[in-house]
Design a protein around this ligand. Structure first.
Ligand SMILES: Cc1cc2nc3c(=O)[nH]c(=O)nc-3n(C[C@H](O)[C@H](O)[C@H](O)COP(=O)(O)O)c2cc1C
Length: 425
């Protein structure tokens, strides 16, 4: 492929270059994958309000997430086994983020360790995502290691204490490194670039875990290991304990429900992420973009609301910002870039999204991402009630992010994956 113009181009290239087991690990949802599909499809149901003859010179996408400056409101989501999409994947992605000026989030289940990423990015701050495991000594040590590595936020994931079944992973016998079965060997033989990269690195296991947890030398099947180690007894009390133990900026990941969002506020966390884990956990949950408006309306004035799930373009980021998100995260969009072209591919993914976001903002008559609100949306299945913001009656910019009366939630929340909401016009 000579000219890459979209995240879809990166996906196609990644599919060619990454061993099937790891490509499938990314491009999968749980069970029927209905929520996985809805995450992206629901964005495309939202309609934008084009404006003309507005001065759209000197545009800016700069803003902050949890008080930290970002060149656009997009962070890299934590993705386990990123170092299996491309050799040293976490380090390459973190470097791309450092240059682009957006946050990189390292997963607990990464291949490159916390220390590796810190060292290879010159101590540049990144975010660390924590899974709560039964072994609390290990949690304490992960928190200490993240502090020592200059991590500037802890992202605590709450929606994966048990694992949603992903058929492809079971069928592929997902493991890191891949087991030397005949089927795997035949497939690896078709991925010479990937194999050469892996031969050239020592990082092929779960870097944060292997050698750090007593008795863990080989994690075998990821799902089996997860079900033994992740703590199903996790409650909000543990969140408070972790917040105090960490003492820095805390982001709670995996909120879908308004009631949970209210409980998240009570912990004193700095932000929450409306997320369904990229459709990998509860199949049948509503899409993240459909869940977002109700959460923003309920708690957006008390806590920063971020979102992820299905973002494959700058337009998707724009729509999330219009509904009141203060920041977004990309998972698969950067994973495809990484699998396709390493660090350059992650940079490419960020450039594509930046450009699409910038142009979309301009077409909608805005020059500063911080001023974009619901007035840029037309009524549709996900955002039914544009009239509340005065979109049809008032001049442009009347309803800025800060001053808009976003009203109640009833009219705005679609039934998400099924798209059954009725427009209120
Ligand atoms: C391959 C893969 C691995 C993931 N691993 C983690 C993880 O280790 N920790 C976590 O909190 N979320 C993990 N997620 C979820 C992402 O952080 C994020 O919520 C999701 O990818 C967003 O959806 P998107 O991929 O459609 O952008 C993973 C997602 C994918 C696709």
């Amino acid at each position: 492929m000579t000219v890459i113009t979209s995240i879809e181009d990166l996906r196609v290239l990644a599919k060619r270059r990454v061993p099937r087991m790891f490509y499938d690990y990314a491009d999968v949802g749980s069970w029927t994958e209905s929520t996985y599909r809805a995450n992206e499809a629901d964005f495309d149901k939202m309609l934008l309000r084009q404006r003309v003859a507005v001065n759209i010179d000197n545009r800016s996408l700069r803003t902050t997430m949890i008080g930290q400056p970002v060149s656009m409101p997009v962070a890299l989501a934590p993705v386990g086994l990123t170092g299996m999409q491309h050799a040293d994947g976490e380090i390459l992605a973190a470097r791309a983020c450092k240059k682009f000026g957006v946050p990189f989030t390292l997963s607990t289940m990464s291949i490159c360790s916390i220390e590796d990423v810190a060292q290879e990015t010159g101590g540049h701050p990144f975010w660390f995502q924590l899974y709560v495991m039964r072994d609390r000594d290990f949690i304490n040590s992960l928190i200490d290691r993240a502090k020592a590595a200059n991590c500037s936020a802890l992202v605590l994931t709450l929606d994966l204490q048990i694992i949603g079944q992903r058929h492809k992973d079971l069928k592929n016998g997902m493991s890191a490194p891949p087991k030397p079965t005949l089927r795997n060997m035949i497939n690896l033989a078709t991925k010479p670039r990937w194999c050469l990269g892996m031969l050239g690195t020592k990082r092929r296991q779960f870097g944060n875990i292997v050698g750090h947890v007593k008795g863990v030398e080989d994690m075998g099947s990821l799902s089996e290991w997860t079900s033994k180690q992740f703590d199903p007894q996790l409650t909000w009390k543990d969140v408070e304990w972790i917040k105090n133990r960490w003492g820095g900026k805390l982001i709670l990941k995996g909120i879908q429900d308004v009631e949970d969002a209210r409980l998240a506020v009570e912990t004193g966390a700095d932000a929450l992420i409306v997320s369904n884990h990229g459709g990998r956990q509860l199949d049948g949950a509503q899409s993240s973009i459909a869940a977002l408006p109700a959460v923003v309306d309920a708690v957006g004035h008390k806590i920063e609301v971020h979102m992820d799930g299905g973002i494959r373009s700058g337009q998707h980021v724009f729509k999330a910002m219009a509904l009141g998100a203060k920041g977004t995260y990309i998972g698969r969009s950067f994973v495809y870039g990484l699998g396709a072209m390493g660090e350059a591919g992650v940079t490419k993914a960020l450039e594509i999204i930046h450009k699409e976001l910038d142009l979309t903002m301009a077409f909608c008559g805005h020059t500063d991402i911080n001023n974009v609100g619901r007035e840029v949306l037309l009524p549709g299945p996900i955002y039914a009630d544009a009239r509340r913001t005065g979109a049809n009656d008032e001049p442009l910019f009347a309803a800025s992010r800060q001053s808009a009366n976003w009203g109640d939630t009833a009219a705005q929340v679609a039934s998400g994956s099924s798209g059954l909401a009725t427009a209120s016009r």
